[in-house]
Design a protein around this ligand. Structure first.
Ligand SMILES: [Zn+2]
Length: 412
């Protein structure tokens, strides 16, 4: 079987390369340093024996494992992203290996007293006795989504080394910039040439997802007027107060910290302001298409109301759709979810089918013609210092990939 040491070594070799993406950049990849890992991955795919390994000018990597059966089998793909989130630093990652986790607090960083505790992160308790990989408390880990990459590469290697396992043609795709919402943008679905694919980009063991948010971003610009404060009566317009009104007019409980499951939200994630101008940045999320449209409408109406109240165009709101719920595209081909579910069951993994509170490369790819549910990669607490991944979950995810390949070849 796939050895723990082998998985750990491969994973560590990925996370110690900084690949943080940058939403303010217009290039692809958004940061040059993503090439460091991209080039390494392309070389590694070749060295394990993958065919047609390509890396394009935007750092998208594709590779093929040819079919080893005579009958016709649908071409399936596995996709992961190699960038890490700009929410937290990914430079100088120093992974720590915790063998036989005892279910107690893990001191990530003694000097700074940073503790990963099951009192707060109770998911930890389900991994008692397992091998965990954590950060040293000062960076994120990058299991999102280098665990996924590690699993796909390891699964391909396993299938190559065990040719008695029958499978059809398998395509592998690694992308930059998923964390800034651009992972799928320059993905050449036609060149990839798969009938369907899976992103290995979920969290906890067993996760299988084919529903995600509908997503939009909104930039609200409030224009004020600066006048000497001593002579401002009736003249000054303080954009910050109007911005505050805008913020307070949206439902306070429909925010990320007060919602879960299928509940949508408005999320104010940035304010920049002075008297003259204040800019608010929101994201809008909802699984339900109608509710999603209604949320956008609420923002437009609020903008109009405040503008008419102030008698001029003090607020300009720009809303842009980002991605949509893949459910619409996956439901007509539900067998692709069924195969993944069956693979998990055969490996004694309890499938956890739930709606993603976010998006994946797969949601965009599904709308580009490549139906693409999401499967667990094993990590927890993404995008921050408490991120960790159990090695056993990575091995299971690797086995799921192999099993899906096997089941797809068996299906007539
Ligand atoms: Zn991810």
């Amino acid at each position: 079987m796939i050895s723990k040491e082998h998985i750990i070594k491969r994973f560590v070799s990925y996370v110690t390369i900084d690949t943080e993406s940058d939403p303010t950049s217009n290039t692809t990849p958004s940061t040059k340093k993503q090439w460091d890992l991209a080039n390494k991955l392309a070389d590694e795919l070749k060295s394990i024996g993958m065919q047609d390994v390509t890396i394009d000018e935007n750092a998208y990597i594709m590779a093929t494992l040819p079919s080893n059966v005579k009958h016709k089998v649908p071409v399936i793909g596995f996709i992961s992203h190699f960038d890490t989130s700009p929410d937290f630093t990914g430079s100088n990652v120093k992974p720590q290996i915790i063998e036989k986790y005892n279910g107690k607090d893990i001191v990530l960083n003694k000097a700074e007293n940073i503790i990963l505790s099951p009192d707060y992160f109770d998911d930890l308790l389900q991994y008692k006795g397992q091998t965990l990989i954590t950060t040293d408390g000062t960076t994120l880990l990058g299991a999102d989504d280098k665990a996924g990459i590690c699993e796909i590469v390891s699964a391909m290697e396993y299938l190559i080394n065990n040719p008695e396992i029958e499978h059809g043609k398998i395509r592998v795709g690694f992308t930059p910039d998923e964390e800034i919402g651009r992972g799928a943008h320059k993905f050449d679905v036609k060149k990839f040439g798969a009938d369907w694919a899976y992103t290995m980009d979920g969290s906890q063991i067993g996760e299988l997802e084919y529903e995600n948010f509908n997503a939009a971003g909104a930039v609200v610009k409030v224009k004020g007027k600066i006048v000497h404060p001593g002579y401002a009566k009736g003249k000054m317009i303080n954009s910050m107060y109007i911005a505050q009104e805008f913020i307070n007019s949206l439902p306070r409980m429909e925010t990320p910290e007060h919602t879960d499951g299928y509940q949508g939200f408005f999320h104010l994630h940035d304010i920049h302001g002075n008297v003259e101008e204040t800019t608010l940045q929101y994201i809008i999320r909802d699984h339900d298409k109608k509710h999603f449209e209604a949320r956008k409408e609420v923002m437009v109406k609020l903008t109009n109301e405040l503008n008419s109240q102030y008698g001029k165009e003090v607020i300009v709101t720009e809303i842009k759709d980002q991605y949509y719920n893949m459910k619409e595209k996956v439901e007509p081909v539900m067998h692709i979810v069924d195969i993944a579910e069956e693979a998990m069951k055969q490996l004694n993994i309890e499938p956890l089918i739930k709606a993603i509170r976010g998006g994946t490369d797969g949601s965009q790819l599904s709308y580009m013609g490549l139906p693409c549910p999401n499967i667990f990669a094993g990590g927890h607490n993404f995008h921050g210092r408490y991120e960790y991944v159990p090695v056993e979950s990575m091995i299971k995810a690797t086995e799921v990939i192999c099993k899906i390949a096997e089941l797809t070849a068996k299906k007539k």
